[in-house]
Write a protein that binds this ligand. Structure first.
Ligand code: GLV
Ligand code: MG
Length: 321
């Protein structure tokens, strides 16, 4: 896990046009908040939303949250002004720009260059603002490998199921759930796995998009559980009622966290000179080795950033045991 690892179990979408919803977001226990200039804002609302977002980030109150703004995509007339206005106004107080409907690596490069210019012009630290790229159509998915390596600013690749369903003609309106008539397997497995591989190959996080049936908590848990099982780092939340579920689903279970920390301790001891300098050792009934340590590092890291505490602590064997 990189030192700058930001937890993103829950990524809250907030319309930039609503100061009331922005204010409410400050009090929610989400890992990330993104203030939206794209699909949650009508065209006539966008100029006002830029001002709301700049003010909200400058005023602060976002401690413990990654602060993100989603700008409009490159095919629109709004994209350049979104970036310039928000970064010139609040660049020191935001962490990442989310770019929707990314179709080629050039889209990411455009944003990287623009950010670099704004940073130079305004005296902001060069390269600090990250990029989150949304994959939402066939072209983006086909190019996801090149997109994922397009800029050192990239932190996440995000699957956008609503636009993906629309742009590929999938049947159905329950965003993130199986399309109508698809009664075998998981219609989202391919894009989710494809994005995950591109992200992981480049050391990036993979994030799942929204589940729009906000009252269906069981549905949210089911869909979130699928992407969490694949290895995804988090999921969007659209409503306060989805927050706890996202944080829980994308955190390790207590027993897995304890086990991971115990593997790290036991392995560190066994490979040390005092512990016998052995590379394959038993932990209870389990044989652990360097690969076990790598798996344990991920789970322990996720548990630590989630603030978990150990409830079962491995005891070093007595000398001679
Ligand atoms: C999110 O932007 C989506 O299209 O699902
Ligand atoms: Mg979208």
């Amino acid at each position: 896990m990189p030192e700058t690892y930001r937890p993103r179990r829950s990524c809250l979408a907030v319309p930039g046009s609503s100061p009331k919803m922005i204010d409410k977001a400050r009090g929610l226990a989400v890992d990330q908040v993104f203030l939206d200039l794209e699909d949650a804002c009508a065209p006539l609302e966008k100029p006002g939303a830029r001002k709301n977002i700049t003010a909200a980030f400058t005023e602060g109150g976002w401690e413990g949250k990654t602060r993100v703004v989603r700008v409009n995509d490159l095919s629109t007339q709004w994209a350049y002004r979104d970036v310039i206005e928000v970064v010139e106004g609040a660049g020191a107080d935001l962490d990442c720009i989310m770019l929707p409907k990314v179709q080629t690596a050039a889209h990411v490069v455009w944003l990287d260059v623009l950010l670099t210019q704004i940073e130079a012009a305004t005296g902001l630290e060069s390269g600090r603002i990250g990029i989150e790229a949304q994959i939402e159509d066939a072209r983006g998915l086909q190019n996801v490998d090149a997109i994922a390596e397009a800029s050192p600013r990239l932190e996440t690749i995000i699957f956008g199921p609503a636009d993906f369903m629309a742009s590929t003609n999938m049947r159905g309106f329950v965003v993130g759930d199986q399309p109508l008539g698809y009664d075998i397997g998981d219609a989202f497995h391919y894009p989710l796995a494809r994005i995950l591989m591109a992200a992981r190959a480049n050391g990036l996080q993979a994030i799942d998009g929204p589940y729009v049936q906000i009252r269906d908590k069981a549905g949210f848990r089911k869909v979130a559980g699928r992407s969490a099982a694949l290895g995804y780092d988090g999921k969007w939340v659209l409503h306060p009622g989805q927050v706890d579920a996202a944080n829980a689903v994308f955190s390790p279970r207590q027993e897995d966290y304890d086990h991971a920390e115990n593997i790290l301790d036991a392995y560190a001891w066994s490979t040390s000179e005092a512990g016998g300098a052995r590379g394959a050792v038993m932990l209870g009934d389990e044989m652990i080795d360097e690969a076990s340590r790598k798996m344990a590092l991920v789970i322990a890291g996720q548990g630590r950033v989630a603030g978990m505490t150990r409830q079962d602590v491995w005891q070093r064997p007595e000398a001679g045991a």
